[in-house]
Design a protein around this ligand. Sequence first.
Ligand SMILES: Nc1nc2c(ncn2[C@@H]2O[C@H](COP(=O)(O)OP(=O)(O)O[C@H]3O[C@H](CO)[C@@H](O)[C@H](O)[C@@H]3O)[C@@H](O)[C@H]2O)c(=O)[nH]1
Length: 371
Amino acid sequence: MPEPIEDFYAVIPAGGIGSRLWPLSRAETPKFLHDLTGSGVSLLRNTWDRLLPLAGPERIAVVTGKAHEQKVETELPEILDRNVFIESDPRESAAAIGLAAAILQRREPDVIIGSFAADHHISRTRAFEFAVQQAVAVARAGYICTIGIPPTEPSVGFGYIQLGGELEVEGAPMAAEVERFVEKPDLETARRYYADRSFLWNAGMFIGRADVLLAELAANEPELHAGLVEIAEAWDEPARRDEVVARVWPTLKKIAIDYAVAEPAAAKGRLAVVPGHFDWDDVGDFASLAKLISDGRPDRMSILGQNDRVLADESTGLVVSQTNRVIAVVGVEGLIVVDTDDALLVTTSEHAQRVKSVVGALQESGRGSVL
Ligand SMILES: Nc1nc2c(ncn2[C@@H]2O[C@H](COP(=O)(O)OP(=O)(O)O[C@H]3O[C@H](CO)[C@@H](O)[C@H](O)[C@@H]3O)[C@@H](O)[C@H]2O)c(=O)[nH]1
């Protein structure tokens, strides 16, 4: 096991409702609070455990919404209070990660931070650790470093990283400059990038010196940066924090870090990448969840939950059972059934990405209580 990296802080932004996993993932209990892989613990807890050898328990921070504060602390009883950063409302990943960067940089001017999604599945953790160790070495050299995953399909759900020239950084033998970063291209572009072997998927991890990340944010989104710095200055003073947060946070622009930092940094030659040779899955929809838990047997029905109540005969796909109801599936391929107390979803693997639209429709039609 590696020794924790001295000047490193791991940040876990835990927000977003995982709308493609509705009705399993809800506003109250989003994806990161679920055990989707049968490991016995939530994805958030898995993320914490994975980061522990790299950062140590006192140097992992979580950025999350007010509504999830209690649950996060139950999942991570050893997290220090000073490392839980609560947002009054979600303002997307640039604000969430930027807030952590601004607070931590004020406390420790030269700190290197790594941001890691709360809801991904990763196996072969030694290879993950090696990638992060290399990314930290690259960050010390002044770059913002991403981790790139070899694509397996032309997905439109990921950012794409085009590899540039090799980087000469000690401790990072596989690092390269990023020629171009393109967040979630359209299908035609994704197909082109997939066919071109110089592109990797962005794994959604950003490692950089906090001051470098903040400088990039200041250059591209000056008002967002100024607001975050104002909040960070008051954060560790309880008497001022509430007033400043209440006044400034709601004014901050909602934008993903991929647009606010990664794309522009790549255009200026300040973004780097280390390939990740570990198994990585963002468990973004039910089709990928079905694949993940199929145990290498796509010819069978995967079952999550009360599996003694599910009868599957010559069927493939996924049944998620959260009720006492018996579910029988006969002779259907690629079926997805998600049964919860107040909502039932039926779709197919092929259409799993479209589940997100149900969430929008429920919101618009005033039936948001089941979200
Ligand atoms: N605290 C907090 N966290 C947030 C918020 N919005 C998003 N996050 C967190 O930020 C991370 C990224 O989430 P998204 O911004 O929804 O990104 P995405 O659609 O999953 O795409 C990102 O990840 C892909 C890999 O899964 C990348 O391929 C892509 O380029 C991008 O970085 C996740 O950990 C999510 O929980 C927020 O308002 N508050």
